[in-house]
Ligand binder design. Structure first.
Ligand code: ZN
Length: 360
């Protein structure tokens, strides 16, 4: 389906990011995907967001935490967490700009000005209500969900997180509510952030509404897409979301510096195709907010996002040159993939019965 995409971009995305200096190369990914989407001639329209206000941030974060981030910004030394997210002069503004981007995206979609939007600087899924973690200061997707529910009457949003790391902050914020959060990620109990086991599936009112697909390292395309097709998509379709939000970090790409999963750029196109179809075949009526997220090897990030964006606008042919050469890509490890297939069986057994009454 051909459709225009609202590309949210702020000039602050061209400067220093929130990851530490050892990953300074990765700060360039936002500007690079903006340039690539122009170069490919994709059907995008650019929008510049306003900085999120304290009132907007308070939809998720208490004022005391917002004030603390501001103080750390003025102090400009040390870290906002243990050792991942540096405190520097300007970090507050940078973090609030990212939230403003996702808010603008969902507003454009909710108000019918576009069906799909992309905020490359969003997807800050490790941020908790009262704590910074893993380069994430404020949780833009959680703020956007709260805004959609309070201001636009959205009742069943879903956040699907394909970043190579567990979406722990997002999960924690909604863990006791009947709001579906999905995360596929590398997991061995130790890999950052150390959470995201299959058994973490929500508490109280939220039981069954956290869906985790914890994959062994070196898992590649086939089990990954199988987990999507046989667990994630059936559950999300049964939930019947009225708005779909994606955390579309692409650090599960085989070339990534931090994650050891083995996806290719074209896999991100295959995923996006599924998410577009999902959004159109549910109460979401095509409404899809795409936030960026992780990705620490710039060439792989930009190609993966490029393929995904071209797919989202219905122009996948424009991105063919960005595909990975499969003879060069690291393929999945058969032993680990056998473990992944066993995990998928367990995930089906745990999650599908809960939703079977609603399954078409
Ligand atoms: Zn990540």
């Amino acid at each position: 389906m051909r459709q225009p995409l609202a590309f949210i971009y702020h000039e602050r995305y061209g400067g220093r990011g929130t990851a530490h200096h050892r990953l300074a190369e990765s700060w360039k990914r936002y500007q690079a995907i903006r340039e690539l989407s122009i170069e490919l001639g994709l059907n995008v329209r650019f929008y510049r967001q306003a900085v999120a206000s304290d009132a907007e941030l308070r939809r998720v974060h208490p004022q005391s935490y917002i004030d603390w981030v501001r103080q750390m910004d003025l102090r400009a030394e040390g870290f906002l967490d243990k050792s991942d997210t540096p405190a520097y002069r300007g970090v507050f503004h940078r973090a609030a700009v990212a939230v403003g981007g996702t808010l603008l995206g969902v507003q454009l979609i909710a108000d019918g000005l576009t069906r799909i939007a992309f905020n490359p600087g969003g997807g800050l899924h490790h941020a908790r209500a009262t704590a910074t973690s893993g380069f994430c200061v404020f949780n833009d997707l959680a703020v956007a969900v709260r805004w959609l529910m309070a201001e636009r009457g959205i009742q069943r949003p879903v956040i699907i997180d394909v970043d190579g790391h567990h979406g722990d902050g997002t999960q924690e914020i909604f863990y006791r509510e009947p709001i579906l959060t999905v995360s596929l990620h590398q997991y061995d109990g130790r890999f950052y952030p150390g959470s995201g086991a299959l058994e973490e599936s929500g508490e109280g009112e939220g039981v069954g509404y956290a869906l985790n697909i914890p994959l062994p390292r070196r898992t590649g395309t086939v089990p990954y897409l199988r987990a999507l097709d046989e667990v994630v998509l059936p559950v999300v379709r049964a939930y019947n979301p009225d708005f779909v939000l994606l955390q579309f970090g692409v650090d599960a790409h085989w070339k990534d510096r931090l994650v050891s999963l083995r996806l290719t750029a074209q896999d991100y196109g295959a995923m996006m195709e599924r998410f577009i179809t999902l959004a159109h075949s549910t109460a979401a009526q095509g409404r899809l907010m795409i936030a960026g997220g992780g990705g620490y090897t710039p060439d792989a990030v930009v190609r993966s996002w490029g393929v995904a964006l071209a797919t989202s606008t219905g122009e996948p042919e424009r991105a063919h040159a960005l595909h990975d050469e499969l003879t060069l890509a690291k393929a999945g490890d058969p032993t680990r993939e056998a473990e992944a297939h066993a995990l998928i069986e367990r995930a089906k057994a745990l999650h599908l019965p809960r939703w079977s009454g609603q399954m078409a």
